[in-house]
Structure formats: structure tokens, C-alpha cells
Design a protein around this ligand. Structure first.
Ligand code: URP
Ligand code: ZN
Ligand code: ZN
Length: 486
């Protein structure tokens, strides 16, 4: 007897490195074997004609998160991860968001409790640091990193979230000392607030002016500045949600210069357009996110950067707000663009939208789809059991029917945003089953996981801890570095 609990037989298996016909055997929570004509398992599942990919890893999504305005985004861990599973994403990395004056340790405890109650997908956290005061970086951060929170996010813009350059250096140095990846919202704050004030003063308040208020150059400038600081302290960074050609160029230059810099874009920057904001009344509010949606040349450059491997992954940046007084319209029924919560829902459709593109051969192929949505995020964020179909990995598997074409309905969806910006699109490829650690948690559109059944994934053994403060033996003042002396 093989001892396999389940064998998915006769499917087409896609990994980041290729496509092959193979059976997939599952024992307990893990993949036990991959190959042709595997011995029978206790349960045999016929997946002939289906495509099997690893469960998605969404490395950037906002779930049950408190905004600086006091608003919670629309989803709880239960509704967001229900949507994630329905769309084939079995692992998520949302945020534990510190606001100014808060204890980072208490914030992480709070998000842990929320996730333990509701999560259906497996999860880790990025810590959002908005208040990098010494006690946070010196006393709270080190034990949190040791407990498995191996990444954090900082913002270079947003009045109530941003860190200035000196604080950014403090965060980079602390991250280096304790072995933590720093993810960054990179946009030049001064340019955005300068534009916003002028637009508002002139009465340009419609949602479409949100896009104008975030100049393209603001992204490029911040990425360039971040790269310089990252190189100065030799600390790896991840640039979140790159949206423009100019930003990509700054990113590519930094990569070429040898800076340890990762980059992601998001589904919306690949598929939606700044013109989506230009709708009657406040309807465009549904498309407001930051960075804002851009134009066709940006989309082409972003797809090219995915195809060539310049960018590392595609996240959803799921940040759902309902079109009512709890969300986008919290400041009244007719808010100006600057009074509308930023963010779009997208955790459920990230995989189906990109799978459709890959299946149709638009811009990326199927292995690139797997690399960008599962394997690379799992590797970058130190989730060794996730993101791949290989013996020993968690049996997180999406079974796709490539023959079905379907139309994305207006709603309701599995999340709680109440709308999707992708309604009406036709997609090829439908999810039939999703396995999470060997169990079918989605079957023909029905989500069967229990709230709280998602598992916390501590990320240890990630970045090496490299404290500053060891004077370099051959310090040369002419090189004008200095960081190695700190
Ligand atoms: O508009 C967005 N993306 N809101 C979420 C916060 C962020 O900056 O990622
Ligand atoms: Zn951001
Ligand atoms: Zn985000």
C-alpha cells in the first residue's frame, strides 16, 4: 500500500520551472510524490484535462486593518481569506498596522487574535511601522522578528503614516541588525501634498484628480532615494506596488547597480486604467488606490518587467472599502478625491485574472504565472513549505478547468467590499477545487474551510541579522561611506 491519502491523477502540473503531466500524491498535509503512474491512494481524484498550480501566496493585502483615519477596511480575516481561498490563494501576508503612539508589540498581538479567530488561509504578518521611536526599534522589534515576523512596511508618504528620511534610516538599520526585510510604499510625500493642496484650492475635486495628485515622478524619486539608502546601509528592501514606467526605470537602475532590491506590482496596475476614475459623480471612488491607476504605456512596461523577471511578484494590495458611509463615503456622500479612502478589493481575483492572461499567452506564460503569484513570494518572504508543487511542500493546490470561460459578475463576491473593479470581464480558466494542506477547502465555488482554521506561519531563519557597529578594519575615509563605522 502506498500510504498516500489522496492521489490527484492525470493532470497537468505547472511549477515556476515548467509544465508536465504528472500525478500528485498527498500524505497528511504535504505533497508526498509527483510522477507518472503513482501507486493508488486511499482516495483517487481524476484531474485529467485539468491544470494544477500551487496555491497562491498573496504577499501584500490589507485585512481587518485599522486606517489612520479610524476606519477599518471592509473585510474581516474571515471574509478576506474566504475570498482568497475562493480565488486559489491559500497563503496571505497582511499587515499588523502600528499607528503613531501605539506599541508595536500590542498591535501584533491584536492582529494575531483577529487572525486566529477568522483566518481560513494560512498567514504571516508584515509589521507596519509608523512610529519608529527608540523603544519600538530597540525593545519591541527584536523579539517580534525572533517570533517569526521577518518583514515590515514603512510609508514614505501619507500624512499620518509616513517616516521621514532619518526615520527610514533608523528602520533600515534596525532591520539590518535583526534580520528583517523592509517593504516600502515609495512615493515622494512633498510632491503629492503640494499637488493635492493646489488641486483642492482650485476646486478640482472629482475622483479622477486623485491620479493627478500623485505625480508619476513622485514614485521614481522615492524609489531612487530608497535605493540609495538601502545601498548605504546594505539592507535589502522590497518596493511595493510599482505603477509607472519611471518607477520601473529607477528600480531597474538600482538592480543594475547591485542594490539588494526586490519589486512587486499589483493586478490593478496591470489591468486597470486611470480613465476608470473618470465616471459620473463619485462612482470613480471605487477605483481610487495609491499609487493611482496609470496608462497603457505603464501597463506594457509592467508586463514586460514581469516577463523578463525584473519584477519579482504580483500582489493584490487588497484594501477594500465599501461604497457607503463605512468606507469610501465616510466623509459624506460627495467627498473630494482627497477625502476618499484609498484601496481596491482584489484578493479573490488576482489569480483568476493572471491565470487567464497566462493561459491565453498574453505577456506571461503559465510557469511565470506560478513564479509571480506563488513561488517567488514564498521564497522572498521565507515561507519554505509554500508556493511550489514538490515533495515535502504543503499540499496547497489549485485545480483549474482551462476549458471554461466565464464572466466576472457585479457581485456579491466572497469578500465584503460590495463591488469588484473587474466586473464584466471574461476570463478563461475556472477553479474547480482548492486544497489547503491536503484538504479540499473550495469545491465548485463552495468554500468549506472553517474560520480560524488558517495557520500562522512564523518566518524564522530569513534575513541574516547583521548589526552595524563593527568598525570595518580597513576603513578608508576617501570612500565616504561611513555606515560601516556606526
Ligand atoms: O490604496 C491602497 N493601496 N491602499 C492600501 C495602502 C497601501 O498603500 O498599500
Ligand atoms: Zn502602500
Ligand atoms: Zn497596500
Amino acid at each position: 500500500m502506498s500510504g498516500f491519502d489522496r492521489v490527484l491523477r492525470g493532470g497537468t502540473v505547472v511549477t515556476a520551472t515548467g509544465v508536465r503531466e504528472a500525478d500528485v500524491a498527498i500524505r497528511g498535509e504535504r505533497i508526498a510524490a509527483l510522477g507518472r503512474d503513482l501507486p493508488p491512494g486511499r482516495e483517487e481524484v481524476d484531474v485529467r484535462g485539468r491544470i494544477l498550480t500551487p496555491g497562491g501566496v498573496d504577499p501584500h493585502c490589507h485585512i481587518e486593518q485599522l486606517a489612520a483615519t479610524g476606519l477599518y477596511n471592509a473585510d474581516t480575516f474571515e471574509t478576506a481569506t474566504r475570498a482568497a481561498l475562493a480565488g486559489g490563494t491559500t497563503t496571505v501576508i497582511p499587515f499588523a498596522a502600528q499607528h503613531r503612539g501605539m506599541s508595536l508589540r500590542e498591535v501584533v498581538e491584536d492582529y494575531h487574535a483577529r487572525a486566529a479567530r477568522g483566518a481560513m488561509a494560512d498567514y504571516a504578518f508584515h509589521m507596519i511601522v509608523t512610529d519608529p521611536r527608540p523603544e519600538v526599534l530597540e525593545e519591541e522589534l527584536p523579539p517580534l522578528v525572533r517570533a517569526g515576523h521577518a518583514s515590515l512596511k514603512v510609508f514614505m508618504t501619507y500624512d499620518r503614516l509616513r517616516v521621514d528620511d532619518e526615520q527610514l534610516l533608523d528602520v533600515l538599520a534596525a532591520a539590518r541588525a535583526h534580520g528583517c526585510l523592509v517593504c516600502v510604499h515609495a512615493e515622494n510625500h512633498g510632491m503629492i501634498s503640494w499637488m493635492r493642496k493646489r488641486l483642492v484650492a482650485r476646486g478640482y475635486l472629482a475622483p479622477k484628480y486623485h491620479g493627478v495628485s500623485h505625480p508619476r515622478a513622485a514614485e521614481a524619486e522615492a524609489i531612487q532615494r530608497l535605493a540609495v539608502m538601502s545601498a548605504f546601509l546594505d539592507q535589502p528592501v522590497m518596493v511595493f506596488h510599482i505603477s509607472t514606467r519611471e518607477g520601473l526605470r529607477a528600480f531597474a537602475r538600482a538592480r543594475a547597480d547591485g542594490v539588494k532590491i526586490f519589486g512587486e506590482t499589483c493586478t490593478q496596475y496591470l489591468l486597470l486604467d486611470a480613465r476608470d476614475l473618470d465616471r459620473p459623480g463619485v462612482e470613480g471612488a471605487k477605483w481610487i488606490c495609491s499609487p493611482p491607476l496609470r496608462g497603457p504605456e505603464d501597463r506594457k512596461a509592467l508586463w514586460d518587467a514581469l516577463a523578463t523577471g525584473l519584477l519579482d511578484c504580483v500582489s493584490s494590495d487588497h484594501a477594500p472599502y465599501r461604497m457607503d458611509e463605512t468606507g469610501k463615503l465616510a466623509r459624506g456622500p460627495n467627498p473630494g478625491f482627497h477625502e476618499i479612502a484609498n484601496g481596491l478589493p482584489g484578493i479573490e481575483l488576482r489569480l483568476p485574472l493572471l491565470f487567464d492572461a497566462a493561459l491565453e499567452g498574453r505577456h506571461i506564460d503559465l510557469p511565470a504565472f506560478v513564479r509571480l503569484t506563488a513561488t517567488a513570494p514564498a521564497r522572498i518572504y521565507h515561507l519554505p513549505a509554500k508556493g511550489d508543487l514538490t515533495p515535502g511542500a504543503d499540499a496547497d493546490i489549485v485545480v483549474w478547468d482551462p476549458e471554461v470561460t466565464w464572466e466576472i459578475p457585479e457581485g456579491p463576491r466572497f469578500d465584503d467590499a460590495g463591488y469588484t473593479p473587474y466586473a464584466g470581464r471574461r476570463l478563461r480558466g475556472r477553479i474547480r477545487t482548492v486544497y489547503r494542506r491536503g484538504e479540499p477547502v473550495v469545491v465548485e465555488g463552495e468554500v468549506r474551510a472553517a474560520p480560524g482554521s488558517g495557520r500562522f506561519l512564523p518566518r524564522t531563519g530569513g534575513e541574516a541579522a547583521r548589526p552595524l557597529g563593527r568598525p570595518a578594519p580597513e576603513f578608508d575615509p576617501a570612500r565616504n561611506f561611513g555606515a560601516e563605522l556606526l
